[in-house]
Design a protein around this ligand. Structure first.
Ligand SMILES: Cc1ncc(COP(=O)(O)O)c(C=O)c1O
Length: 329
């Protein structure tokens, strides 16, 4: 920031670029490739990964996004993430920039341009720039952006020792906003900040009926005392692609005797607290055990066998399953 008695400079285009470069060198980032429909191509210099300030996604939060994983040079479960992206666009009344196939092609080609074989691919849709109004600017072309980056990483102890979570004091989003993956993550951000400040790893939303919702950017699931994998219904939380896939893969654990069933149902807080295992599911975390909730142990207070088995199943699926998209490097 400039000081009170200095004059504000009018910057040249070169000075702006130099400032963005300086910003990135003060705070290095692992962003490898960025496509912007507004630029009509891909940039690999993080200083150039920018969008106009008057884009409706920036100043009104009128945008949606999704994130797919990149593992061993293949994109995992891209079609499921695209399904959700298209659904979110419809719910947010956002026009697609083109056909789904074109968006898929841009995602795959941006990934190839990154040259990276492991990380995350996040893509956004906005209603575009052109005004500072509430409704999108007349004639604005939708903005489509794709970022290939290192992805979110979590401490190893989450997997070895398990996480500790708290019930958030922040209200859960109303269902329409919770099932739509919009860029409005204020409750999710505040929940995670609150949990970290209180010495926990993350928070959990509870809905107004006293049913378990989800965590900040992950779903939560339980293994009941009679061995059923129970997941909250998807009508008031985001339909996690990882959760949906795990609910399918988990059926194999019935044959191994680790589970007696798989169920999607309303789960009260009391039922959840009495569970044998509590789990986090998400594209970034995959599967991690929660061992303590509001300072009360879950089950034995140690990571359980279902968490371990589900992590194995999803990792296998990411390596050798039938939901992998090739990247033409
Ligand atoms: C609020 C919320 N819930 C759940 C999830 C898990 O979804 P997925 O498994 O598709 O990553 C996410 C992550 O995108 C999320 O942001």
């Amino acid at each position: 920031m400039t000081t009170a008695n200095s004059t504000l400079q009018i910057l040249s285009a070169d000075a702006v670029l130099a400032q963005y470069r300086a910003l990135r060198s003060r705070q290095p980032v692992n962003y490898w490739a960025f496509y912007s429909s507004q630029l009509g191509g891909v940039v690999t210099d993080p200083a150039l990964m920018v969008i106009p300030f008057d884009d409706h996604m920036v100043h009104r939060g009128h945008g949606i996004f999704d994130t797919a994983g990149l593992a061993n040079g293949k994109i995992y479960d891209l079609e499921a993430h695209l399904d959700r992206f298209v659904l979110s666009a419809e719910r947010a009344k956002l026009r697609l920039p083109g056909a789904r196939e074109e968006m898929r092609d841009i995602i795959v080609k941006t990934t190839a341009a990154s040259g990276r074989r492991d990380g995350s691919i996040r893509y956004w849709l906005s209603s575009g720039p052109g005004s500072l109004e509430l409704t999108p600017a007349a004639g604005a072309a939708p903005g489509f952006f794709v970022m290939v980056f290192a992805g979110l990483s979590y401490p190893e102890r989450w997997y070895t020792d398990g996480l500790r979570v708290m019930t958030t004091t922040y209200p859960i989003k109303p269902p329409l906003y919770a099932i739509t993956k919009t860029t409005n993550y204020l409750p999710n951000v505040l929940m995670q900040m609150e949990a970290k400040q209180a010495g926990f790893d993350n928070g959990v939303f509870i809905d107004p009926n006293g049913h378990v919702g989800e965590s900040s950017n992950m779903n939560v699931a339980f293994v009941t005392s009679d061995g059923v994998l129970a997941h909250p219904t998807f009508d008031h939380i985001l339909a996690g692609c990882t959760a949906l896939r795990l609910l399918e893969l988990a059926r194999g654990l019935q044959d191994e005797g680790l589970l007696t069933g798989v169920r999607v149902c309303d789960i009260t807080v009391a039922e959840a607290r009495a569970s044998r295992e509590m789990l986090l599911f998400g594209s970034s975390v995959k599967v991690a055990p929660i061992v303590q909730w509001d300072a009360q142990p879950i089950g034995t207070g140690k990571p359980g066998p279902v968490a371990k088995a589900l992590l194995r199943l999803i990792e296998e699926d990411m390596r050798t399953g039938d939901r992998l998209t090739d990247v033409p490097y």
